[in-house]
Design a protein around this ligand. Structure first.
Ligand SMILES: C[S@@+](CC[C@H](N)C(=O)[O-])C[C@H]1O[C@@H](n2cnc3c(N)ncnc32)[C@H](O)[C@@H]1O
Length: 307
C-alpha cells in the first residue's frame, strides 16, 4: 500500500496534500450530487431555514464587518438569509443561486425598502461568471454562506477571490455534522459523524498563499416536540447517523438509554420562550422541549483578496 512506505523516522517525505483534489474526491465519492432539483425540493419544504430572520444571519453580517455602502455578491444565497438583512443595512446585493425556487422565495420576502437594493440571478458555481457580467472586482465583498456544494473547490475559491475587490467571507461545517445532536450522541456513547470540509478549505487557501481569518458562529437551538413519542421517534431515527451505528442487542440497549435520557431531559412546562426565533415553533404547538440546547457551530472564514 502506498501510504505504508512513509513511516515515522525515515527521511522520505510523503507527497504534499492536494486539498482541492481531496475535496473533489470526497464530494464525488461521498456526497449526493448537489443539483437544482434537489435544492428546489428543499426550498419547497423548508425555505425559512435559508431565509432572513434567524440569529445566524445577524451573526454572519456582524462578523463580516462590512463598510458603509459596500456592495455584495451572495453566492448560493438560498431564500435570502443574508441578502435581505444586508439590504436592510443599506448594502446593494447581487443574490445568486442555481435554485429558482430559492430565488422565488427570496423575491417574495423583499420589501419596498429592500427591493431596489437586491438583484437576483440564477447562477451555478460551475457557470462562466464572466459571461454573465460577474467579472473581476464586480463587488466589494463576496459571501458564500453554507453553500460551497460543488466538487470544484478550486474554481469556487478562484471565482470568489476574483469578483471581490476587498474580501471574501464564507461559512462551512467545522467537522461534526449538524444532522447529529452531538450532546445526545455523547451521552449515548455514539460517535458523531464528521466531515473535513473546513480543514480542506483552510488547507486550500493556505496553499494559495491567502491569509484566512477564522471564527465561529454558534447556533444553539432548543429542540421542541409535540409529544414524548415524537421525540423518541426523532432521536431513534438519528441513531442510524452515528459512525458504526449499534445493531442487535446493542441497539436495543441504546434505545432504552435514549428513553431514559428523554425522561430526564424532555421538559413539559416552562419553555424558555413562547416562540423559537429560528424555527418559529411555538410552545403551544410543541410544548415538549429538551433542556440541553442542540448546539451547532459554523466556521466563519474570511480573507482579504488584495485586488
Ligand atoms: C445550505 S443552503 C444555504 C443558503 C444560504 N446561503 C444560507 O446560508 O442560509 C445552500 C444553497 O446553495 C445553493 N447551491 C448548492 N449548490 C449550488 C451550485 N452548484 N451552484 C449554485 N448554488 C448552489 C443551494 O441552492 C442552496 O440555496
Amino acid at each position: 500500500m502506498e501510504a505504508a512506505r512513509f513511516s515515522i523516522g525515515t527521511k522520505e517525505k510523503p507527497p504534499m496534500i492536494d486539498f482541492e483534489q481531496e475535496w473533489r474526491r470526497q464530494m464525488i465519492n461521498e456526497r449526493p450530487p448537489s443539483t437544482p432539483e434537489r435544492w428546489n425540493a428543499r426550498a419547497r419544504k423548508d425555505a425559512s431555514s435559508f431565509g432572513p430572520g434567524t440569529s445566524y444571519s445577524d451573526a454572519f453580517l456582524d462578523r463580516a464587518q462590512l463598510l458603509a455602502g459596500e456592495t455584495i455578491l451572495d453566492m448560493g444565497c438560498g431564500a435570502g438569509s443574508l441578502a435581505i438583512p444586508a439590504a436592510e443595512r443599506g448594502h446593494r446585493v447581487l443574490a445568486c443561486d442555481f435554485s429558482e425556487v430559492m430565488l422565488e422565495h427570496l423575491e417574495q420576502q423583499l420589501s419596498e425598502g429592500t427591493r431596489p437594493l437586491v438583484a437576483t440571478h440564477r447562477l451555478a458555481w460551475e457557470d462562466d461568471w464572466d459571461a454573465v457580467g460577474i467579472g473581476p472586482n464586480a463587488v466589494d465583498v463576496a459571501f458564500s454562506s453554507r453553500s460551497i456544494a460543488t466538487p470544484d473547490l478550486a474554481g469556487a475559491l478562484t471565482k470568489l477571490t476574483r469578483v471581490a475587490r476587498r474580501k471574501v467571507c464564507l461559512t462551512i461545517s467545522p467537522g461534526p455534522l449538524p444532522r447529529a445532536f452531538s450532546a445526545l450522541f455523547l451521552d449515548l456513547g455514539l460517535e458523531v459523524p464528521r466531515n473535513q470540509d473546513a480543514a480542506l478549505v483552510l488547507g486550500a487557501l493556505l496553499a494559495r498563499g491567502q491569509k484566512p481569518s477564522v471564527g465561529y458562529i454558534e447556533s444553539p437551538r432548543i429542540e421542541r416536540f409535540a409529544s414524548f413519542d415524537e421525540a423518541v421517534e426523532t432521536y431513534r431515527a438519528m441513531i442510524d447517523m452515528a459512525v458504526d451505528p449499534p445493531v442487535g442487542e446493542d441497539r436495543k440497549r441504546v434505545e432504552r438509554e435514549l428513553v431514559r435520557w428523554l425522561e430526564s431531559h424532555l421538559m413539559h412546562e416552562g419553555a424558555p420562550a413562547d416562540e423559537d426565533p429560528d424555527t418559529k415553533a411555538t410552545a403551544k404547538e410543541r410544548p415538549y422541549w429538551v433542556d440541553v440546547p442542540r448546539s451547532f457551530d459554523w466556521m466563519f472564514i474570511s480573507w482579504e483578496t488584495g485586488n
